[in-house]
Structures are given as structure tokens and as C-alpha cells.
Write a protein that binds this ligand. Sequence first.
Ligand code: COA
Ligand code: AMP
Length: 632
Amino acid sequence: MSSYKDVYQSWLNDKQGFWENAANDLSWDKKWDQVFDPTDGPYGRWFKGAMCNTAYNCLDRHVPDRPGQAAIIYHSEMTNEVQSISYEDLRDDVATFAKVIADQGVSKGDRVIIYMPMIPQAVIAMLACARIGAVHCVVFGGFAADELAIRINDCKPKLIIAASCGLEPNRVVEYKPLIDKAIDLATYKVETTLIYQRDGQSPASMGPNDKDWTQLFDEAKHKEETVDCVSLDATDPLYILYTSGTTGKPKGVVRDNGGHMVAMKWTMNNIYGIEPGEVMWAASDVGWVVGHSYIVYAPLLQGATTILYEGKPVGTPDASIFWKVIERHGVNILFTAPTAIRAIKREDPQGELIDQADTSSMRALFLAGERADPDTIKWAQSALDKPVIDHWWQTETAWAITAIPFGLEKCATKLGSSNLPMPGYEIDILTDEGGKCPPDEIGAIAIKLPLPPGCAPTIWEDDVRYKESYLSKFKGYYETADAGYMDEENYVYVMARTDDVINVAGHRLSTGGMEEVIAAHEDVAECAVFGVQDKLKGQLPLGLIVLNSGVTRPSSDIEQEVISLVREKIGPVAAFKTALTIDRLPKTRSGKILRGTISKIADGESYTTPATIDDPAILDDIKTVFKKRNIG
Ligand code: COA
Ligand code: AMP
């Protein structure tokens, strides 16, 4: 059985048997009593009663067969370092570091925040947590101290593991002051911080609660102290990853151990077509779900080699770097965000730098994180002369909802589509009332419950929020908050979010979160943030602010302050660089801000003045303000 249709049908025929079969590819301390228990959690739990350890399956399981094979190739364009770490060495380092964190009092079920750049120690920290059953929570380095504090308060970590700094092309990001500020801001008090001082960079200054990674690691290594893998329930959490929701409070997406391993391993064979010993490169960051799934867990579960790349697609040093990394390390599958390809295309429109490298090892390029626009796909297909596959997923799912199962069958792609539903996902396009839309008609994209293994079973300590956020609108479905349509051949087209989330350079951000920050400025009466189209980053946030009456300071000063405030409170990753002062926000008579209409004006698209608008003249005022800034 090898066709997509057959495999999808076999899953439809026996949804539990399908995943039970896939689970047999992994090592379990005890097999499940039930493949799926629909009575546990918001919609059910996979592999109930099974015992396992994810780190064991990622590392120890492979050591007898492939001890010397590279598990990780760390390639840094920021420090000009390339380091290959074998399965055996990585297993040993993880076992040693697991002892270090266990000595800090961390044990099964405790949370550990990891705030690190793209260095091997980030992966070692994640896997060491997994080894002892601690629940890691990786926070992307581009978030500010306030965002870190929100996560500390929510997941209450026993320990924070961090590096002294991250390296951006234009600056060194000192992590320690950010951590100190976050610890100060947080109401939950973290006892210990373990700092990895990066070689050759200015060291972080250490306080009484800070411990030195290298010193403790070397001591444990010297004494040959390690910790064994702890046997965990398949339903125990492996990690929490926070993502933007509809308010300023991010959602702590929970990942379990058993279902996640099964899904990750299945996707390596069937979606990416990567065999053990082959090389996968997800050019993302360990702070995002793509990094969790395809830099760390899936390639290691498969016994493949993963590339850990510290750098950008352009400017480090130039737009040839992706192709040089592929040539040097024999990458078989590249996975990145469309924005990275747009950045490369802008610098090398003729693809000459691609022709100068030997990319023959590469079989396909997978794109996700935002909608892949047809121009970018066409350019990449022609410049690379290889399949370019858009696939759609979310932090909540951990793996592709729709894709081309490249390892199973090289089905045709369709431009503008994120392709076909994967086994595990039965997709319907629904109207607001919950009816099914006919083919090609746009509606809310919903997934029939239960979600497959790997998908979030809940939000950290908040089943109620999970149910309200995802399960309440359409009975029997998970609401994706994406809108789109499906054609006659079941190809899915994801067009827009139905909530306030925007997608900036493949990063998911909440405009509501930015509005909360801006509204706190003392001179701002009200504000609205929405996404405008951007050729490079897909979308960029734009803020409209209305000042309190009686404010006499220049509005340009307040606009700058608001921009700084978003950078300081949310972080540079928000890429919030434009705030405009207007007299009034356009609203409906019932007081709803007309975001869709403002977005259309900012994007230079045609629009009809909504019949419910309170005062149509406001739209002309906005157009005048936009025109002065060359917007629209
Ligand atoms: N730590 C600290 N700051 C970070 C950071 C990190 N890990 N990552 C990004 N930032 C900062 C950047 O330095 C930038 O700061 P600036 O305003 O001072 O210039 C800001 O956050 C915005 O970053 P970004 O949106 O990434 O823009 P960029 O101009 O640095 O790079 C691209 C543009 C397209 C090259 C880059 O966005 C990219 O490679 N994107 C790929 C996206 C991706 O991997 N998505 C994951 C899902 S697959
Ligand atoms: P994140 O949780 O950060 O991975 O972001 C998930 C969101 O990004 C989705 O809900 C979509 O809105 C968007 N997204 C991700 N991949 C795609 C894709 N291939 N096509 C369209 N939108 C996508």
C-alpha cells in the first residue's frame, strides 16, 4: 500500500489501528491499555496506560546501531563554527546534563524554562529535561522580559536555563539582564538560573542564584555522574510552548510524550521521506514549534542528522548561505518559512548563487509558517529545479495538517494551496452556523475530533480555556482559527486568520497583545493594531492611535514612545515600527472597530464602506494620514 489515497482511506477505516501500527516503530517501556481514551481531557488522550521516554527514543535507542553518526551538525555563521555531535556523544552529554539539573532539585513533572539561542546546549537542555521527565518550556530569544515573566508566572518553573547571549547580525542580545528583569517582574519566584557562558562573547554577570553551566557540567562529567531515562506515562507532558492567542495572555500549548513520538516518527517517513542516517534541515529556531518538531524531536526519533543553523538566510554573510550549508552537509530536505525564500529572492533574483552551489543532495523544499504566495513558490521551483511543497500547521498540532506526503507518494502540488489533508486530519470547511461549505467556498477550517497523536491535548493547567478557544464554536470539531477553502480534489487553501493573530516573517503574533501594551501609554485614549501586507515579511503590524483630549505634546513623540513600548514589552520580534495618530477610529454603530476595512485601505485594495459604519468621513481622514506615510 503506497498511494496517498489508500493510506488516507486506511486511516479513515481504522483511526486507532492506524496509529497503533505507527506506534510499533518506537520503543515503549510498557505498551498502552487503550490506543485512545475519549473520556480523558478536553477531547481524549492517546496511548493511555503506556510508559515511555522520548529522550531514550531520540538517543539511547540509536546508539548501538549508529554511535558515530552525527545527531546534530551545528553550523554557526555568527561565530564561524561548525561542530558535529555524534549520537553517542549527544546521549552522554544529555545524560550528564540531566544529572546537573537533577542536582538543582528538578524532577519529573517540574517545569524548566529554556531561553537560549541556536546552540547545541539548547538541544541538550531540552533532551535532558525529557530524560528526567521535566517539562521544558523554550522561550524564543526575540521576546522581551515581560513576555518571559508572563511565561514564568504561568508555568512556574523550578529552573531557568539560559545562555549569556544571542547573536543577531546587528547586535549582541544580552540575555542575562532580560532574565533578571523577568525574574523581578514575575510574581512567581524562580530559585535558580543556570547560565551557559558563550565562548568569546562578553560573559554574563552572575548573581547569588546563578550557576555556571560549564562548571557544573564539567564536574559531573569528571565524576562520571549521569542520570538514566525516567519511565513516563505516554500522556505525561513533554513540553509547553507558548503561542499567541486572542488576548495578551499567550496560550501554553501542551505536548505529551507518547502521541508526540508516534506522530513525529510517522511524518519523517511519510511526509518528508527522510530515512535514518539522512540529513534534515529545518531553518527555523528552537523557540518555535517548527524547531521543536523538526530541528530536535522528529529527526532524532528517526535516527537522522539534524542541522542546527545559527544565522539568517541573508546577510550572514549573503544570500548564498542556505545553498552552501546544503552542499557542505549533504542536506536532503530543507524546511523553512516563505519569508526566508523571499529574502533570498530579493538578493539573488536570478538564482545565480543557487547555481554556484551543489545542491544535488536536496530532494525537496518544504515551506510553512505562513501562506506561501504563488510567486515565491514558482521562483523557488524554477531556481532550485526541485519540488517546493507548502504545508500548513500550527503550534497546537506540532505537525502538518495538510501537506504532500512526499515520502509516501509524490502527489502533485497546487499553487496557492497548502495541499492535502494528512491521515489524522479530517477537514471540513464550515459556515458561521456550522454548516458545511461546498467546494471552493471560503469558510472556517475545522478539524473533526479527535485530533491525531502529537496535537495538543490541552492548554497548560487550563482545560477550560482549551475548550473555549478551540472546541466551543463547532460541536465535534477543533476550530483552527484559519479561514480558507477546499477544492473538489480535497486540496486546502488557507487564506486568513479568523482571530486577531497576524503572521510577521513566519512568526505568529497577537494584535490584541500589542493593543494592550499601547493602550497602557498614558496619552493614548484608544488604539487598533492590524496587519498590512509586506513584500518580505508577509505582514507587518500597523498601529493607529487616538490621543487623549488635552494632550499637547507632539504626536510624533508619542508614536515613537509607543513603538519603543511594544519593543520593550513584547520584543523586537513583533517588528512593530509604525504607529500613526488619527482623530477617531472607524467603528460600527455598535462600537466595533472596522479592522477589515482599515486593512484593505492600508493594502491599497478596493473596499465598500460598511453600511453599519458610524461616520463614513473617518475613512477619508485615515486615507489622508496613510497617504502622508505612503501607505496604501
Ligand atoms: N533573538 C533576539 N532578537 C531576535 C531574534 C532572536 N532569536 N530573532 C529575531 N530577532 C530580532 C531581529 O534582530 C530584529 O530586530 P531589529 O528590529 O533590531 O532589526 C527583529 O527581531 C525582527 O526580526 P525578524 O522579523 O526575524 O526580521 P529580520 O529582519 O531580522 O530577518 C528574515 C528577516 C526574513 C531574514 C527572518 O525573519 C527570517 O529568517 N525568517 C524566517 C522565519 C522563521 O524561521 N520562522 C519560523 C517558522 S518556520
Ligand atoms: P504557528 O502556530 O506559529 O505555527 O502559526 C500557525 C499559523 O500560521 C496558522 O494558523 C496559519 O495562520 C499560519 N500558517 C502556517 N503555515 C501556513 C501555510 N502553509 N499556509 C497558510 N498559513 C499558514
